[in-house]
Design a protein around this ligand. Structure first.
Ligand SMILES: CC(C)(COP(=O)(O)OP(=O)(O)OC[C@H]1O[C@@H](n2cnc3c(N)ncnc32)[C@H](O)[C@@H]1OP(=O)(O)O)[C@@H](O)C(=O)NCCC(=O)NCCS
Length: 174
């Protein structure tokens, strides 16, 4: 069963992420891109087993491509996507990704929406949802990454492009 991630205790989420990625995960480039941002409740999901135990988590974050002139192109960073090792291969990762893509498209219908992006395996995220590195060639990140794993997906029909540095989305006061 998929539920909003905000229904789950923070320590259970952290335990599941440690089980899926190992405790060294905090040094990854993805963590640097979303540095100090809170995750987005409307675009973050949990999977529970029949007993209500947490077996899957997907978080989304407000990030941006900061362009040479300083302007920010808003993006929604998806990940980590993690399924408890004992439950992998059962469709739970796909179900949570289906949920975030559908929710982002629904937001886009109402208010326009930032493209989704992630660092991930194109064999998985391209195959099922159409994520691609085609529009991310001009994107840089604050740590090492493989260019073919820097993926994006438009949710409103506009193409993804731009040149700049990925980082947290900073609120700009009017
Ligand atoms: C990657 C992960 C989220 C997938 O979730 P899952 O519930 O195990 O996978 P699903 O059951 O939804 O999808 C299964 C299908 O995707 C494929 N698949 C799973 N992980 C894949 C990967 N990394 N690359 C390519 N294909 C992959 C499987 O081969 C399977 O294909 P099939 O249906 O043709 O047999 C999960 O395995 C996981 O948490 N792994 C460890 C953490 C991780 O690497 N997260 C991704 C980076 S953010």
């Amino acid at each position: 069963m998929i539920v909003p991630l905000e229904s789950q205790p923070a320590d259970a989420i952290e335990r599941l992420l440690d089980a899926a990625f190992g405790p060294a995960r905090h040094g990854r480039t993805a963590y640097l891109i979303r540095d100090a941002m809170p995750w987005l409740p409307a675009l973050s999901f949990a999977t529970l087993d029949a007993d209500g135990a947490l077996i899957g988590t997907l978080q989304s974050w407000p990030v941006a491509l900061v362009q040479a002139d300083g302007t920010q192109m808003p993006l929604t960073m998806v990940g980590p996507v993690a399924v408890d090792p004992a439950h992998q291969g059962g469709g739970h990762g796909r179900a949570m990704m289906d949920a975030v893509v559908a929710a982002a498209r629904a937001q886009a219908d109402v208010q326009g929406s930032a493209p989704l992006m992630m660092i991930g395996d194109p064999e998985y995220y391209g195959r099922f949802w159409g994520f691609s590195a085609d529009g991310t060639g001009g994107w840089d990140a604050p740590g090492p990454f493989e260019k073919h794993r820097l993926l994006a997906l438009s949710v409103d029909g506009r193409s993804v492009d731009g040149t700049g540095m990925l980082g947290p989305r900073i609120a700009v006061s009017a």
